[in-house]
Design a protein around this ligand. Sequence first.
Ligand code: ZN
Ligand code: ZN
Length: 263
Amino acid sequence: MFDYHTHSNFSYDHIGGSSMEELVCTAIEVGLDEIAITDHYDPNFPADEANLDFPAYKKQLLELKETYKDRIRVVPGIELGIRPGATLQSCSDEIVSFPYEFVIASVHSAGDHPIHRQSFREGRTDLESVIFYYEWTLECIKAYDNFDVLGHINVIDRYLPTDPEESLYIDCIEAIFRVLIEKGKGIEINTSNYRYGQVRTIPTLSMLKLYRSLGGEIVTTGSDSHGVRYIGKNLSDAQELLRAAGFTHLTTFENRMPVFRTL
Ligand SMILES: [Zn+2]
Ligand SMILES: [Zn+2]
């Protein structure tokens, strides 16, 4: 199993305060083959401070990769919170400064608000919020290239009181997939929905089928665990979802290059 989305106490929103080494040791205990550490970097995040202590972060990534190399592959990664404009330059500058092997780009805010805050949806219906979020995401990924997969594509569902009918905005999703595929970028199955009680998987099966039908091949699997508690959780469900959508492989990364693993 491959957990390609995890957060240590380097992330500003960490829960439980697990060190990076505790994540790696837990990953070994639960029998993972690889763990990608992907702490948050959200420049210009329109709310809380969302900085990352880069010197310490990079030092630990390299040390743990070396220390545990005979027991597990530790993949030095990062999760970027992308926004249009100057944020994208900050993200790009960071990525070229260090040999990250895996980069997630995620949309954590749209307009002037974090998407998890109620202020984001003030003055909009749930459907309008969803469409605004996907159109913002599309703008971001059109303008930005230095990443490997788009994180938790439909996480917005978690923050809305209702789940608007998918057919009402599937064209927005399709537009995003077309840009990702054209750029050689992938998506992830993010298993955090299971612990949040979110009925829809991330992405939904129909989204995953759409991505595949358009020629998409790159799909990573990750828990998005903040701390040790959920490391490796529901990854078998993620693999099942991939199979149900017709995929025969999942994807890992080495030095930013996709590696296809038979399911
Ligand atoms: Zn995220
Ligand atoms: Zn995350």
